[in-house]
Design a protein around this ligand. Structure first.
Ligand SMILES: Cc1cc2nc3c(=O)[nH]c(=O)nc-3n(C[C@H](O)[C@H](O)[C@H](O)COP(=O)(O)OP(=O)(O)OC[C@H]3O[C@@H](n4cnc5c(N)ncnc54)[C@H](O)[C@@H]3O)c2cc1C
Length: 430
C-alpha cells in the first residue's frame, strides 16, 4: 500500500494499490480486473494539478514506464506518443527532429495526457489550448475495451475526449499536430499597468505570444512579448534566459516570498522591488522561451473569461485587493488564447483571457481566491480544471454550452464510475 501527493502538497491519498504498466495490454488488464471487483482506478500524471482531479482513491496507475515516442511523421507534422511521456522529454525529442509543439504553458513537467486532460494552455490569440493539437487517441474504457478515436472513428468520443478530466478512461496513445521548429525573440520589460490595460488589444494583436503579470501593491506589470523569428539563438541568450528564469523568477523571487510569509506587512514594500528587473531581450528555441523551471511552490487559481472582459475584470480585482488590504506577494498572471470547439475546454467557443492568482505555499489563500472567484463569476468565468476553485456541477453546467454532451459520453463509457473520484463527483455531478 502506498501514498501519493501532488506537486503543491495540498492533495494527498493513502492506502493505494499502485500499478506501473509498460504496455496497453497491461493497462487494459488492470482496468478490467478493477471493474470486475467494483474498484476505482485513477491515472496520475506528474501531479501538477492543484485540484483533486488526479487524486486516486483505490488503484493508482502511474505511467512513467509508458512514456515512449511511438512515431514521428515529420512530413505531415504529426507525432504519436505513449500517454505518460513528460512534455519536456517530448520537446527534446521533437527538437532533434526539427519539430516543435505550436504553443506551451509556463512549465513542461506535466505528462502529455495529464496536461491535455485539464485543458492546459499557454498564451497567444492565434493559438488555442494544447488539446486543440490532438488528432487522435486510443482510450481504454471501463469495460476493458480499447477504442481508437479520431474525427471518423468514435467521433463523438473523440469530440468530447480531447479534454476528458480523466473521466472517460485511460488514454494510452495520442497523435498530436506539431510544427517545424521555430525560434522566438523574447522581450521582457516592466510597463505601467495602465499603459498595458489601455493598449491590451493592440499588444495581443501585435505579438505572437503576449502575457503580463500585474504586481499587486504597485502600478506596474511585467510583460513578456514573444515573437517568431528566423534569427539564430543568441550566444548570450542562454545566459539571459538563465538569469531571468532561474535567478530572478526562482531564487530572488523565492527569497522575497519567504520574507513576506514571515512578515506579511512587508509584502507591499517588497513588491516594489519586483518591477525593477529592467528590459531583457534574447532569442532562443521556442520551448525554452515558453517554459521555465518552477522552484518556488505555490497554490493557484485561474479563470478564463471572454477576452473583451479582461480589462474591466482585472480592474475590479485590482480595486478589491486594495480595498480588502490583502497582502499578495505573487504577481497576477494574464494570458489569452483563441477559441476551440472542445466541450470542456476553458476556451470553448470564445476568444479567452485568463487571469491566474497565486499564493506562496504555506500561506492562507481561501479568502483571496474566493474574492477573485466572486468577481470572475460575474464575467461567466470558467475555472481551470487543474487549478483551485469552489464551483460544482450546478454552476459549471451553465458555463459550457456542450457540458451535457460530455456527461452523456461519460455516462455511456463509465456508468459505474470506475474512473471517478471526489473531485469528478463534484464537478460532473455524477
Ligand atoms: C508549476 C505549475 C505550472 C503550471 N503552468 C500551467 C500553465 O502554464 N498553463 C496551464 O493551463 N496549466 C498550468 N498548470 C496546470 C497543469 O498544466 C495541469 O494541472 C495539468 O493537468 C497537470 O498535468 P499532470 O501530468 O501533472 O497531470 P495530473 O495533474 O497528474 O492529472 C491531471 C488529470 O489528467 C488525468 N490523466 C493523466 N494521465 C491520463 C491518461 N493517460 N489517461 C486519462 N487521464 C489521464 C488525471 O487522471 C487527472 O484527471 C501548471 C501547474 C503547475 C504546478
Amino acid at each position: 500500500m502506498s501514498s501519493w501527493k501532488n506537486w503543491a502538497g495540498n492533495q494527498r491519498a493513502k492506502s493505494l494499490i499502485v500499478e506501473r504498466p509498460t504496455s496497453e495490454e497491461e493497462i487494459t488488464n488492470i482496468v478490467r480486473r478493477a471493474a470486475d471487483v467494483g474498484k476505482r482506478v485513477k491515472v496520475v500524471g506528474s501531479g501538477h494539478s492543484f485540484t483533486g482531479i488526479a487524486v486516486p482513491e483505490q488503484i493508482m496507475i502511474e505511467l512513467s514506464r509508458f512514456n515512449k515516442v511511438v512515431e514521428i511523421d515529420s512530413a505531415n507534422g504529426k507525432v504519436t506518443v505513449q500517454s505518460g511521456i513528460v512534455l519536456s522529454d517530448l520537446n527534446a525529442i521533437l527538437e532533434q527532429h526539427n519539430l516543435s509543439m505550436p504553443n506551451l504553458g509556463d512549465v513542461t513537467y506535466q505528462t502529455v495526457a495529464g496536461s491535455l486532460s485539464t485543458s492546459t494552455h499557454g498564451t497567444g490569440l492565434e493559438r488555442s489550448g494544447l488539446a486543440a493539437q490532438i488528432l487522435s487517441f486510443r482510450l481504454v474504457v471501463a469495460r476493458g475495451e480499447v477504442l481508437f478515436c479520431d474525427p471518423s472513428n468514435h467521433a463523438e468520443i473523440f469530440h468530447c475526449g480531447r479534454v476528458s478530466l480523466g473521466a472517460l478512461g485511460v488514454i494510452t496513445e495520442m497523435t498530436l499536430r506539431v510544427v517545424p521548429a521555430f525560434n522566438l525573440r523574447a522581450v521582457e520589460r516592466p510597463m505601467r499597468i495602465d499603459e498595458v490595460l489601455n493598449n491590451y488589444e493592440q499588444l495581443i494583436k501585435a505579438n505572437d505570444f503576449f502575457e503580463f503579470y500585474w504586481v499587486p501593491h504597485t502600478k506596474w506589470a511585467l510583460t513578456k512579448s514573444n515573437n517568431v523569428t528566423t534569427d539564430p539563438v543568441d550566444v548570450d541568450g542562454k545566459i539571459k534566459n538563465w538569469w531571468n528564469k532561474m535567478f530572478l523568477e526562482n531564487i530572488a523571487f523565492g527569497m522575497l516570498c519567504r520574507v513576506g510569509r514571515l512578515v506579511p506587512a512587508l509584502i507591499p514594500k517588497l513588491a516594489t522591488i519586483i518591477p525593477s528587473t529592467g528590459r531583457v531581450e534574447y532569442v532562443n528555441i521556442s520551448h525554452r522561451v515558453f517554459s521555465s523551471k518552477r522552484l518556488v511552490k505555490f497554490y493557484e487559481m485561474e479563470y478564463s473569461i471572454e477576452l473583451k472582459s479582461l480589462v474591466p475584470a482585472l480592474r475590479e480585482i485590482m480595486e478589491m485587493v486594495d480595498r480588502r488590504q490583502f497582502k499578495i506577494s505573487f504577481p497576477v498572471e494574464v494570458r489569452c488564447t483563441g477559441p476551440d470547439d472542445i466541450p470542456l475546454s476553458t476556451s470553448t467557443g470564445r476568444q479567452s483571457a485568463y487571469i491566474a492568482v497565486h499564493m506562496f505555499k504555506g500561506c492562507e489563500y481561501d479568502d483571496y481566491f474566493a474574492a477573485v472567484e466572486h468577481i470572475l463569476r460575474k464575467y461567466e468565468g470558467r475555472p481551470h480544471w487543474g487549478k483551485l476553485h469552489y464551483l460544482d456541477a450546478s454552476a459549471l453546467s451553465g458555463l459550457y454550452p456542450e457540458y451535457q454532451r460530455f456527461i452523456e459520453v461519460r455516462n455511456q463509457l463509465d456508468p459505474e464510475g470506475v474512473f471517478t473520484n471526489d473531485y469528478l463527483r463534484r464537478v460532473l455531478g455524477c
